[in-house]
Design a protein. Structure first.
Length: 468
C-alpha cells in the first residue's frame, strides 16, 4: 500500500478544541482515510466518552426488553390481558425497535437527523411507552403506546449508541462495541428483581411511571455530548496503510482488516454478504428473543420456585451483557467470523440443555444452561455490529447496520408471538428443540460470510509490524 495525499483542510473541532489540519490518503484498494486530527481536536475531550455515555444510555433502555418478561404476570392481572396479549405487545416493540434503525441511519448520514437529536427524540418516546404500559388497559392502545412509540424510541437510542462507538473506534471496534452493547442486557438486572418481588397490582402505576422518567432523564443527559466524527476519520496512533503503530490495535486489524472501501447500502446488498448477515441475524435473534420471552414461564411450568425463575432471568441478563463485552474482546484477537460462529453454536446447544434440565428437574443444571443461553443470546449482536463496518466501512454504517439489524423485527414475530403458538402446539420441549435447530442452521450460514473485495481469508493477512 502507498499513501496518496488527496486533500488537506482544517478540522471542525468541538468546544475548546484546537483547529488542526488534516489530509486524506488512499490505500491500494482506493479507500480514503482522513488523518491528522486527534479525537480531542474534534471533540475537545477523549473519545472514551463516546464509549461510556452510549453504555449508560443502553443500560437505561434495557428495561424495555430484558425485564419485560418478569412484569408480564402483574400486567396481565392489572389490565385483564391474556398471555398472548402480553407476548404480542413485546413482539410489536421488537418489530419497531429494530425497524427504525435503517431509516434513522439513512437520515443521520444525510445530515437530516443528528445523533443528539435522535437521542433526544428517543428519550421522549421511551417515557411515553412506559406511561402507556402503565395507564392504558386497552391492549390495542398499549400496543400503540408501548410497542410502537416505545419501540421507536428505544430503537433510536440503540442504533445511535451502537453506531457512535463504531465510528469513533474504527481500528479496534470489537471490544468497545461489545462493552456498549452489553449495557443493553445487564442494565435490566435491578428491574428484573423489582418486577419479581416489588411489583404488583397495587403499585404498578407508580413503578412504571418512575421507570419511564428514569429512562428519559438518563438518555437525555447522555445525548447532550453526542457527536459523530468526520467521514473517513482515522485515529492518529496507527497507520491505516501499513497497520503499524500501537501493537494491540495493529494486531486487531490483522485479524479484522478494514473494509476495502465505503459501501453504500445498495452496494453492500449486491455483494451478497449483507443479505446473508440479515438471514443469520433473523434466525439467531429469534432464538434469543424466544429464550427471553419464555425462560421464566418454562421454569415455573417445570416446578422450579420463583427465586430460581427470577434468578435464571437475572443470570441470563448479566451473562448476556457481560458476554457481549467478552466476545467483542475475543473477536479483536481471534477474528470476527470465527467468534460469531462459536457464539451461535453455544446458543443452539443451550436450548437443548434447557430441555435436559427440565426433564431432570435439576435447578442447578437449569441455571447453568440459562448461563449459556444468556451468553449466546446476546453476544452475537455486537459481533454483527462490528462485522458490518468491517465489511462495508464506517461512512454508511448507520444505514448498513440498520439493514442488518432490521432482521430482528422479523425475529420478534416468531421469537415472541409465534413462539407462544409453538409452545401451545408442541409444548416447551418441542419449542426449545426447534429453537436449537434454528440456531445451528444460523451457524452454518455464518460460515459462508466473507469480507467483500479481498481475495483471501482474513486469517491469512500479514502480521502487523509495530513501530518504535
Amino acid at each position: 500500500m502507498t499513501a496518496d495525499p488527496m486533500a488537506t483542510g482544517s478540522s471542525s473541532a468541538g468546544p475548546g478544541a484546537a483547529h488542526r489540519p488534516y489530509r486524506e490518503v488512499t490505500d491500494a484498494h482506493g479507500r480514503v482515510y482522513r488523518i491528522g486530527e486527534s479525537d480531542r481536536d474534534i471533540l475537545g475531550h477523549s473519545r472514551k466518552l463516546m464509549v461510556y455515555l452510549p453504555w449508560v444510555a443502553m443500560m437505561a433502555i434495557s428495561v424495555f426488553e430484558y425485564a419485560y418478561g418478569s412484569a408480564e404476570d402483574t400486567l396481565s392481572h392489572a389490565h385483564g390481558w391474556t398471555q398472548s396479549n402480553t407476548f404480542w405487545i413485546l413482539s410489536v416493540w421488537v418489530f419497531f425497535q429494530a425497524g427504525v434503525a435503517f431509516p434513522a441511519g439513512w437520515l443521520r448520514e444525510r445530515g437530516i437527523l443528528t445523533a443528539r437529536t435522535a437521542m433526544y427524540a428517543g428519550s421522549v418516546m421511551c417515557v411515553f411507552g412506559f406511561l402507556a404500559l402503565s395507564h392504558l388497559s386497552n391492549v390495542w392502545l398499549a400496543i400503540l403506546g408501548f410497542g410502537v412509540v416505545g419501540g421507536l424510541g428505544a430503537g433510536l437510542v440503540y442504533a445511535t449508541c451502537i453506531n457512535m462507538v463504531g465510528k469513533w473506534f474504527p481500528e479496534r471496534r470489537g471490544a468497545r462495541t461489545g462493552f456498549v452493547n452489553g449495557g443493553f442486557a445487564y442494565g435490566s438486572l435491578p428491574f428484573i428483581f423489582i418486577f419479581n418481588y416489588a411489583f404488583d397490582t397495587a403499585n404498578y402505576h407508580r413503578v412504571l411511571d418512575l421507570i419511564g422518567c428514569y429512562v428519559m432523564i438518563v438518555v437525555f443527559g447522555c445525548a447532550f455530548f453526542f457527536k459523530d466524527p468526520p467521514k473517513n476519520w482515522w485515529p492518529a496512533d496507527i497507520d491505516p496503510l501499513t497497520c503499524s503503530g500501537d501493537v494491540k490495535n495493529a494486531a486487531s486489524l490483522a485479524k479484522n482488516p478494514p473494509a476495502v472501501r465505503q459501501y453504500t447500502p445498495k452496494e453492500a446488498i449486491r455483494t451478497g454478504m449483507l443479505p446473508l448477515m440479515w438471514i443469520a441475524i433473523v434466525m439467531t435473534a429469534g432464538v434469543s428473543i424466544f429464550g427471553i420471552s419464555f425462560q421464566v414461564d418454562f421454569a415455573k411450568d417445570v416446578g422450579f420456585g420463583p427465586l430460581v425463575a427470577a434468578s435464571s432471568m437475572g443470570v441470563m441478563a448479566v451473562i448476556n451483557g457481560i458476554g457481549r463485552g467478552v466476545v467483542g474482546w475475543m473477536s479483536d484477537r481471534w477474528g470476527r467470523k470465527p467468534t460469531l460462529v462459536l457464539v451461535i453454536v453455544v446458543l443452539g446447544l443451550a436450548q437443548f440443555g434447557v430441555i435436559l434440565a427440565g426433564d431432570m428437574k435439576s435447578e442447578w443444571l437449569f441455571l447453568f444452561f440459562a448461563f449459556l443461553s444468556g451468553f449466546g443470546g446476546g453476544a452475537f449482536y455486537p459481533l454483527f455490529a462490528a462485522l458490518t463496518p468491517d465489511y462495508f466501512g464506517e461512512n454508511y454504517n448507520a444505514s448498513n447496520y440498520g439493514l442488518v439489524y432490521s432482521g430482528k423485527l422479523v425475529s420478534g414475530l416468531f421469537g415472541g408471538g409465534l413462539g407462544s403458538m409453538v409452545v401451545g402446539a408442541w409444548g416447551y420441549n418441542g419449542a426449545y428443540a426447534l429453537a436449537g435447530g434454528v440456531s445451528m442452521v444460523a451457524a452454518a450460514i455464518a460460515l459462508l460470510l466473507r469480507q467483500p473485495g479481498r481475495g483471501r481469508d482474513v486469517a491469512s493477512a500479514p502480521e502487523p509490524q509495530p513501530t518504535g
